[in-house]
Design a protein around this ligand. Sequence first.
Ligand SMILES: [Zn+2]
Length: 686
Amino acid sequence: MLKRTSRVHLSIVACGMVLAGGCGRREAPAPASRSAAAPRPSILLVTLDTTRADAIGPEAKGIATPAFNAVAARGRRFRQAYATVPETLPSHASMLTGLYPAGHGVHENGRRLDSGQPALAERLRGAGYRTAAFVSSFILARRFGLAPGFDVYDDEMPAGRSERSAQSTTDAVLLYLAREPRDGQASTAPMFLWVHYFDPHFPYDPPEPYARQFPGKPYLGEVAAMDAGLGRLLEAFERTTPGPSAIILVGDHGEGLGEHGEALHGNLLYQSTMHVPLVIAGPGVPAGLADGAVSSRRVFHTVLDFAKLDAARSLRGADTEVVLGEAMKPFLNYGWQPQTMAVEGPYKSVLAGRLEMYDTVSDPGETRDIAAQPNRPLVPAALREYPVPSPGVARAPVSLDAEARRTLASLGYVSAVAAPVVRKDAPRPADMTRLFDLLERASDLFVNERYAAVIPLLEQILAADAYNLDAVLRLATAHSALGHDQRATELFRKAAALGPQSKDVRLYLGLHYAKGGEWEKAAPLLEQAVAEFPDRVPALEGLASIRERQGRIDEAIALRERVVALGSPTAAELVRLGRLAMSRGKTPVALNAFERARQLEGPRFAQELELGVLYMDARRFEDARSALDRVPPSHPEYPVALFKRAQVSVLLHEPDAAARIALARRHATAETRELIERERLFQGVR
Ligand SMILES: [Zn+2]
């Protein structure tokens, strides 16, 4: 036992080294040729979503990308650059923290970055930089945690859309650059500008003339359209920012395009999705090519180096390291084998149940697995030390309302329903490619609450992968939602057998009982779920409604306050909290909730009368007047509103108070007439 403990300790130390980037080869310090007097450059970081290394740049096949090529011609182009994860949010989190996902905690989309250390933009802002970010997809919206440190974080998508084109994002950046610096700001301050382009992401729908120029190859058409946006951006950036400038262009991951059975990205670790374009240009960067393997997480260190804050691990310095990577989505969602990779020199090792090894230079298509060859190179130790996330380590998903879940789903992303469960029979993701498309379609239907339609797909998945806990839970939940209680209960029992430790099973079974009115069975499960998932909205809401039924209103209020405190509450959630708080005389809580709902709903907000009454209770009579004046005559309790408005009129000594009282009398019902006649405030008002 003691021995085992110390081995665990050793592996934690080793992991710490992985997180700090210390597992790679020792790197030479960056060249020290910079003069301290030279001004710090403005820095432009452009991240190119879903852009394969072979789809952009001077060596790209079947496409010309002049804007990218111009930067490559005067900068340093890395021919063996790797994403840390083949998914947007975790890959960007690595580039903005310098950490692998094991270090920053974001293994898939729909989570929230909270690395516990100052963000890149915070450090640059602290050093006097103006900072701005423009992203082109909801996947990188402010709520997912990349915004700290940016003076401007523009994640505005066109109405009803979850993404915007390079043209539209570039327009927004150019508008910003034309206005900067604002009055009162030092015009000499350098700028750190991050621009994210999303065009090559599925679905492929390039605008003209690119659709016409790339018949049958719409993916390349999207890359060409993005390159055109990049050209406008580069011209404007260099024209408008003072002093020298540095530029980093980098892909966040590639796209399968059918290679190795993967159409999109996120499920496998092959070159098609892990090998990315990367170019840096700026002071102290000689033009040329770099052939050593590098990780895109070093974008972080390179930005700090350009800003003269820290030269360690900068891409301006030595370009070799053991590069690591992971694709945990199939593990975290379906219980398949966790997948990690390490690249050293030309050799790439992939560990997923068993080892694969490829020479990525002589065999970029990874068609010849050399892992079994007797003379093959050694596998880097860092590969086996790479920490696999476990339920205790993985960050809880950011709480998503139904709308946000649908938006993510529309992009092909769904935050995991099930917590990680290691299966003894876990299949290798590379052996399960026939299910990728089915899984995507099932996810999409499920989050859109199309339960009847999703059931046959989930049955098909389970026929091929019987121990897929996520699929069993979703199937149980779909049957529960459709009122097939017996089938749902059977499936929940199966889920509990598959994942006896699974917190998700407890949560969804609890919600199932709550739906069927079995409060006694539901309450303990949901209590536990709330303790385990302090930021899961369904758990909090489920327990809140049980507490309401049980008459434990103060507890229900506290739970609903927690839902609201998680951020981005819906108007309906706020109104429910407001009503409950009002019923218990908690005026400040109720006022706050209703006011926030009013901001969200605008003219559709229907609780003006409640708001008026609450403001009167708080003796904020002018606010009460405004709220009551907004109650429309069509409101079923309009006579009450007129009565309250007359009271406020007297309290504010309005000259037309008598007319207000007369109006209330004219519209009074039997009930309000009595109130009016008894109201002492009204006595003697002329
Ligand atoms: Zn991406």
